[in-house]
Design a protein around this ligand. Structure first.
Ligand code: HEM
Ligand code: NAG
Ligand code: NAG
Ligand code: NAG
Ligand code: NAG
Length: 351
């Protein structure tokens, strides 16, 4: 059973660490260790903080079994899941002393929350993550938000997001009606983010995660359409393509994203991410900061432990663009370099 004393080295977590070592021993036969710059994946022996060690095995279960080392459907769903878990936090409810939501993993615990219409499409990722808290004796919130930050890094170009653990057990069912809908007005969405404690600038960085995304339920006639032309790559194309309202086959524009790109409330912050390769790096940094904040909404941040040391290395798009693109608007990724980089850094998870 999941214990509320999540950071103590209980028997179960020692056992799961041992299991982690066994998995990692297999990896070491590939000569891949963080210290030799091989795989960029820290082993349990590389991890210095004992609080973080149990999460190495959780990381491996998520990256290997669930994401298959890639930006797959489960990874995309995990990024959205981290938003829908955290996005039930409300500063006004907090001020009023009401039961609140936040980055607590409630979506893995409350069987009714996943059945809310706004959470449709995340049933599979929830069912895959649900057993992990008990299996590894860690909290549901830590599992869910580790899955979110690992998913970002599984998508080539996705930045390293600082990753914290130590979220306590879920306190109460999370309030309903707080996740923004794509048909809401910009001002309502901006107000809702503000009530979460998220600024417009941070929100405009966060929606860039639609770069690795698909829709199934907004328009059934276009199920599985992506939100930009490069759904496998964590790039800034989403921003420019959406702003131009390009009509590319298989690409869908969410009404809210189109509105953000033109509304006076959001366009200045939105436009900051329409640009070139250097813009890509700015966005990656700002996204990482905003996602980190999102992953701790409603939590006592001072009680959490920084376990970023367990995270694998990011794949930087600057290393895999076509040589001739030199500063072209929209980084042009070389497909062969992309595939080679995915294989180099990710094949290790599948062993
Ligand atoms: C501004 C408010 C937002 C609205 C209105 C919104 C709306 C949507 C909608 C309608 C979908 C498609 C769902 C479907 O039909 O399957 C979607 C997908 C997605 N959203 Fe958002 N979103 C917002 C913000 C965010 C944020 C802050 C994140 C994360 C940082 C995020 C991450 C994703 C991802 C990764 C997907 C793809 C999921 C998949 O492919 O399975 N969204 N969003
Ligand atoms: C590990 O590295 C050594 C020396 O570079 C090499 O001989 C050996 O084949 C490598 N092992 C694997 C599994 O790649
Ligand atoms: C959630 O929806 C599924 C599928 O419709 C259903 O089988 C399940 O019983 C529902 N769960 C709850 C708690 O209502
Ligand atoms: C959407 O993709 C899923 C697999 O991810 C597939 O099962 C489904 O048939 C697809 N739907 C359409 C309409 O293409
Ligand atoms: C975007 O383009 C579609 C046609 O491709 C059009 O129907 C829609 O009105 C446009 N939306 C905006 C906000 O420009």
């Amino acid at each position: 059973m999941y214990s509320t004393v999540i950071c103590s080295l209980t028997l179960a977590s020692v056992l799961s660490s041992v299991a982690g070592v066994a998995t990692l021993d297999k990896r070491q036969t590939t000569n891949a260790t963080a210290s030799d710059g091989g795989s960029g994946i820290p082993t349990i022996n590389d991890v210095t903080n004992p609080v973080c060690k149990p999460f190495v095995a959780v990381r491996d279960a998520i990256m290997g079994d669930i994401f298959q080392g890639r930006c797959n459907d489960n990874a995309r769903a995990a990024i959205r899941l981290s938003f829908h878990d955290a996005g039930t936090f409300s500063l006004s409810r907090e001020a009023a002393g009401l039961d609140n939501g936040g980055a607590d993993g409630s979506l893995l615990v409350d069987p009714n929350e996943i059945n809310r219409s706004e959470n449709n499409g995340m049933q599979t990722i929830v069912s895959l993550l649900k057993p992990l808290p008990e299996k590894f004796d860690v909290s549901p919130g830590d599992v869910l938000h580790l899955a979110g930050t690992l998913a970002v890094i599984a998508c080539p170009g996705g930045p390293l997001v600082n990753t914290f653990v130590g979220r306590p057990a879920v306190k109460n069912d999370n309030p309903t009606g707080l996740i923004p809908d794509t048909h809401d007005t910009v001002s309502n969405i901006v107000n809702r983010f503000s009530d979460m404690g998220i600024t417009v600038r941070e929100a405009m960085a966060l929606i860039g995660s639609h770069t690795c995304a698909r829709q199934r339920f907004v328009d059934l006639a276009f199920a599985n359409d992506t939100f930009d032309t490069t759904p496998e790559i964590w790039d800034i194309r989403f921003y420019a393509e959406t702003k131009r309202n390009d009509s590319d086959p298989g690409v869908f524009r969410l009404p809210s994203d189109l509105a953000f790109s033109h509304s006076s409330l959001t366009q200045d912050d939105y436009n900051r991410f329409v640009g070139s390769l250097s813009t890509q790096e700015d966005w990656a940094r700002e996204y990482a900061d905003a996602h980190e904040k999102m992953s701790m909404l409603g939590q006592d941040v001072s009680a959490l432990t920084d376990c970023t040391e367990i995270m694998p290395e990011a794949i930087h798009l600057r290393d895999i663009t076509v040589t001739s693109s030199g500063g072209a608007v929209d980084p042009a990724v070389d497909p062969a370099k992309l595939e080679a980089e995915i294989q180099r850094t990710r094949s290790i998870w599948l062993q």
